[in-house]
Ligand binder design. Structure first.
Ligand code: FAD
Length: 330
């Protein structure tokens, strides 16, 4: 394989019902950095049906060219048509790097594509950089998060990786940026379409997205039980925050998995993160240490959470939180 034939950084920009997912914009920002380091271009792959202004949005967030595929087959996400479309783009354009958001859609699409184009895929990367040899250095937690592994795909192209939402910082939107939009026609092989969406039933349960919260009050085993979390909710209500948790409390059934922070939960980056009775295991830190300001309350002054906290309070969370809530109310 002649590596020199492969160039430019491609991002699969996921949209759902016409709304570009934040992770797509975050990846465009990262792609911009990588492409600038390589002196190459950023391409957004935008797939869907009846698309409107999404391509301009991709340009505003860093794309040089948007490859837009607007087809009825892509109206809702189904693996095969999406995989065929992106496969054709990769085959015809030979990108050097392909980035995909590690959403449920991206996690489905990534491995299928990497198998089809016969390259590797590094999932859930937390760091992406260009090496002196112009290879992509893909860093991700390994061995249960106890060490960080940097993976290089030396022999195959494209170099593919998925990145979870919230891990990369979104760039500034610039509506004056100029770029080109190319409409791409895909020759679908419909004989391979084995799944049809007959109906979409939306879950009515009110699922929160803790990655969007500006203030998070997160509870761990030190908060104890459901009653302890009522105390956190009361505090959250006074300051318009959301409640989240460590895995210990999610495993205990106190909160749903959608509120778990950490390596196997969500990666959050709020303006303010309260770690209440959380020890600060490496798998928890992986999901919150990029928060702007961290306040930790823990009765153990040696708890590792204090190593990442901007403000630490040594004491009993069950005594401090009600006092704090009273003060905040006032
Ligand atoms: C592969 C893998 C993936 C994982 N993924 C995640 C993940 O995504 N998210 C995650 O959170 N964990 C994850 N974990 C688990 C992680 O290793 C820890 O076990 C977990 O984070 C511990 O949760 P905790 O801090 O709530 O509990 P503990 O570690 O038990 O800590 C409780 C803390 O509360 C303090 N405390 C106790 N009582 C009080 C009190 N009254 N007042 C104040 N402080 C008090 C204690 O001093 C202690 O520091 C993962 C583990 C593995 C192996």
């Amino acid at each position: 394989m002649d590596k020199a034939q492969y160039k430019n950084v491609y991002v699969f920009v996921e949209q759902r019902e016409g709304v570009i997912q934040n992770v797509g914009l975050e990846l465009l920002g990262k792609a911009r950095e990588l492409a600038d380091a390589l002196n190459e271009k950023v391409y957004a792959m935008l797939l869907g049906h009846d698309l409107t202004t999404q391509a301009q949005e991709c340009i505003a967030y860093g794309a040089d060219t948007v490859l837009r595929v607007d087809a009825p087959e892509l109206a809702t996400y189904v693996t095969e048509p999406y995989a065929q479309a992106i496969y054709q783009i990769i085959r015809d354009n030979k990108p050097s790097i392909v980035l995909i958001g590690a959403t449920t859609i991206g996690r489905d699409l990534g491995p299928r594509l990497s198998a089809r184009v016969e390259t590797g895929l590094t999932a859930d990367c937390t760091g992406l950089e260009i090496s002196e040899d112009r290879d992509l250095l893909m860093t991700r937690p390994a061995f249960g998060g106890n060490l960080m592994a940097t993976i290089i795909c030396k022999e195959h192209r494209p170099q593919m990786s998925t990145v979870r939402p919230g891990v990369m910082r979104m760039g500034q939107r610039d509506d004056n940026r100029k770029g080109t939009i190319e409409d791409v026609k895909i020759n679908f092989d419909k004989s391979k379409f084995r799944v049809r969406v007959l109906e979409t039933v939306k879950q009515t349960k009110n699922l929160v997205d803790i990655t969007e919260a500006h203030v998070l009050i997160s509870g761990g085993r030190g908060v104890g039980n459901a009653e302890g979390f009522d105390m956190l909710r009361a505090m959250a209500n006074t300051i318009g925050a959301e409640v989240s948790a460590s895995r210990a409390m999610v495993d205990a059934g106190v909160l749903g998995h959608e509120r778990q922070v950490g390596q196997t939960g969500k990666t959050v980056r709020p303006d303010l993160y309260f770690a209440m009775g959380i020890s600060g295991a490496i798998q928890h830190l992986a999901g919150m240490e990029e928060s702007e300001y961290i306040i930790a309350i823990n009765k153990d002054k040696f708890a590792p959470i204090f190593n990442v906290a901007d403000l630490g309070i040594v004491g009993d969370v069950r005594k401090i939180v009600p006092l704090l809530t009273e003060k905040l109310k006032r």
